[in-house]
Design a protein around this ligand. Structure first.
Ligand SMILES: Nc1ncnc2c1ncn2[C@@H]1O[C@H](COP(=O)(O)OP(=O)(O)O)[C@@H](O)[C@H]1O
Ligand SMILES: [Mg+2]
Length: 301
């Protein structure tokens, strides 16, 4: 019987190259071969096949896609096609869902998970935002497909909104997505879940001059214990989104006195070598759970 064979595309910066090697070795120990660095950008679809350097990706037993770089429409298009034929981690549907903040909040809320209150309206209905800011006091305008805190705009009052609207109107947007600004202590929890199991929790704290916790917005990572409530919320959020692997961003709403989920990340980063030095030691556990997951999902029928 031939070995199982999977394709992998995992980021190599921030210690990712070492993670790749560990995963490949652990899979090999289970007689699973890995074709590494399979970037769909370089693939070509031809008749019944999706080819990458002469490898027929559609014949693989599984594809593990874990590269944090934004995917182009072409990559997403092939991701979707390939997932019609072979198992993928995360599945295309789950990944595409988590790439969109509105769809994620919509699904989470329908599964009984607390999120920030939000509204989505057609670009021509921007006048609704006036009513909303009156009700909410403060809100956040968010691009639905953003990351790293980029493009998030805090709107503090009606005058702010009046100033912002002409710019938004110029931007040829399809719609407006806004969230109620949550009063919180400018820290969050990032909880990683793999295959329904708790992997890790750490915190991020916004810099003194920003309200966003993202490292790209000047936030810093710190050691933070999870609690039962947070783990429960994170597992439920991953289940609702259908992700096998998810990093759930959670903040504590000081007014409602409850945890709320801000987003689910479909490619949550492993701890970088610098973060490992400050004590984030979850990488091996995460790798083991991912290897178990790949093993189970790649079993030939
Ligand atoms: N509704 C909100 N109220 C208050 N702060 C928010 C809200 N939404 C986001 N933030 C802050 O902005 C950061 C980035 O928001 P998030 O929705 O996670 O988008 P991104 O994909 O850019 O990380 C969060 O980590 C949090 O600090
Ligand atoms: Mg985030």
């Amino acid at each position: 019987m031939s070995n199982r064979k999977i394709g992998m595309w995992l980021y190599s910066n921030g210690g990712g190259d070492k993670i790749q090697k560990k995963i490949i070795k652990k899979l090999k120990d289970r007689d699973i071969d890995t074709i590494n660095n399979v970037n769909l950008r370089q693939a070509i679809a031809k008749n019944g096949h999706i080819l990458h350097n002469d490898v027929k990706l559609d014949k693989l037993d599984l594809f593990f896609s874990y590269n944090a770089g934004e995917q182009t429409q072409y990559q997403m298009y092939l991701y979707q096609a390939l997932n019609r034929i072979i198992p993928m981690i995360n599945s295309y549907d789950a990944f595409a869902l988590t790439e969109d903040k509105f769809h994620t909040s919509f699904v989470l809320r329908n599964n009984g998970i607390q999120t920030a209150d939000y509204k989505l309206c057609h670009r021509d209905d921007g006048h609704h935002l006036k009513k909303i800011i009156k009700k909410w006091d403060k809100m956040v305008y968010k691009p639905t497909d953003g990351w790293g805190g980029v493009g998030l705009t805090k709107i503090e009052n009606e005058a702010n909104l009046d100033m912002l609207m002409p710019f938004l109107n110029q931007m040829d947007l399809r719609f407006f997505y806004v969230e109620k600004f949550i009063k919180y202590d400018n820290t969050d929890f990032r909880v990683d879940i793999v295959d329904g199991e708790f992997v890790s929790c750490y915190g991020r704290k916004a810099s003194k001059t920003d309200w966003r916790t993202n490292v790209t917005s000047g936030g810093s990572v710190f050691i933070r214990e999870a609690n039962d409530e947070i783990v429960k919320v994170a597992k439920k959020a991953c289940k609702a989104c259908g992700v096998d692997i998810g990093g759930v961003d959670i903040i504590y709403d000081l007014e409602k006195e409850e945890y709320i989920v801000l987003e689910v990340n479909g490619i949550p980063a492993f701890a970088t070598p610098e973060q490992e030095k400050i004590g984030l030691d979850f990488n091996d556990k995460k790798i083991d759970l991912i290897v178990d997951l790949i093993d189970r999902k790649s079993k030939k029928k």
